[in-house]
Design a protein around this ligand. Structure first.
Ligand SMILES: [Zn+2]
Length: 161
């Protein structure tokens, strides 16, 4: 797959208000493009499944996936206080949400219908972070919460079905 998916073009992964405000060039380096393209298609397949399986009214408008953070060059990652080992810096991770779905609903949907992720984190009840890698995905699912100014990660308790 040499091209980005139709609903998730390259600019979706490079866009960043912080980068613009701080005059940081957040262009994805050539060597990381395959990672970004892999993420793009993972998101496209998820979008297709959400609209095929989750959206019950087929006459309603298609549900979009809103990407809030994709690639982060090291300067941008530092500017937003990201983890020094963040997969965003390798163009392997994306933060996103779907209007009309809670982050928890989205995580549950992905666990059930769209595995293959490396790591998925429901972050602060606000958005979902997913990383996708070429080989041996961990399939790890975590919940991130803040307490006392610190972020703690715990395994997601799966709904027993
Ligand atoms: Zn993230």
């Amino acid at each position: 797959m040499e091209h980005f998916a139709p609903n998730f073009p390259r600019r979706e992964f490079e866009a960043s208000q912080t980068a613009v405000r701080r005059d940081i060039d957040n262009t994805i380096p050539q060597e990381l493009l395959p990672n970004a393209i892999r993420l793009s298609w993972w998101l496209q397949e998820l979008r297709n499944k959400i609209n095929r399986i989750y959206r019950t009214d087929s006459k309603a408008r298609e549900l979009p996936i809103i990407v809030t953070s994709g690639y982060r060059c090291p300067d941008l990652n530092k500017a937003i206080g990201g983890s020094t080992s963040s997969q965003h810096m390798k163009a392997q991770a994306v933060d996103f949400g779907v209007p009309g779905m809670t982050p928890r609903e989205l995580v549950d949907f992905i666990v059930k219908h769209h595995p293959g992720y490396d790591q998925m984190i429901e972050e602060f009840g606000r958005w979902v972070h997913v990383s996708v890698v070429a080989d041996s995905p961990r399939g790890e699912v975590l919940v991130a919460r803040k307490s006392g100014g610190k972020t703690s990660y715990s395994p997601l308790k799966q709904n027993s079905k």
